[in-house]
Write a protein that binds this ligand. Structure first.
Ligand SMILES: Nc1ncnc2c1ncn2[C@@H]1O[C@H](COP(=O)(O)OP(=O)(O)OP(=O)(O)O)[C@@H](O)[C@H]1O
Ligand SMILES: [Mg+2]
Length: 112
């Protein structure tokens, strides 16, 4: 299992959520975060100096998937989150050791 962690533009959330459900994703978590990448958040905000690094609001999506789902999920996120402008976001893929669906006691991939 893998966890796909995507930091995206907040206004893209509905589109990304839709694209993920179209590739069979049934569960996910989101949180409101702030961050910056290599461009340092510059020109993404109105106030503040163009030479200063600023935290910019983003949505973090966390979705645990099977190995087979990783590439379709990355493709779906890329397709749906992209505007072509700076700050479109970043995606990281992490290994996941174990999963447990508490109600049923299912473990591993069947718990996802
Ligand atoms: N190396 C990183 N580690 C953790 N989070 C990151 C990293 N890089 C980017 N992020 C997160 O992803 C968000 C979006 O990053 P962003 O798309 O601005 O990256 P970038 O490298 O500056 O690319 P771009 O040139 O498209 O702006 C950031 O606000 C931050 O929350
Ligand atoms: Mg950036």
């Amino acid at each position: 299992m893998k966890m796909v962690v995507a930091m995206i533009k907040p206004h893209k959330l509905d589109e990304v959520k839709q694209a993920l459900s179209e590739v069979g994703i049934q569960g996910m978590s989101i949180s409101e975060i702030k961050g910056f990448g290599r461009t340092g958040g510059r020109t993404e905000v109105f106030r503040g100096s163009a030479y200063q690094v600023d935290f910019v609001p983003k949505i973090k999506i966390e979705v645990v998937v099977t190995e087979k789902q990783v590439h379709p999920v990355l493709d779906a996120i890329e397709r749906s989150a992209k505007t072509g402008k700076i700050g479109d976001g970043k995606v990281f893929v992490l290994g996941v050791e174990e999963a447990l669906r508490i109600r049923t006691g299912e473990r591993g991939e069947t718990a996802i």
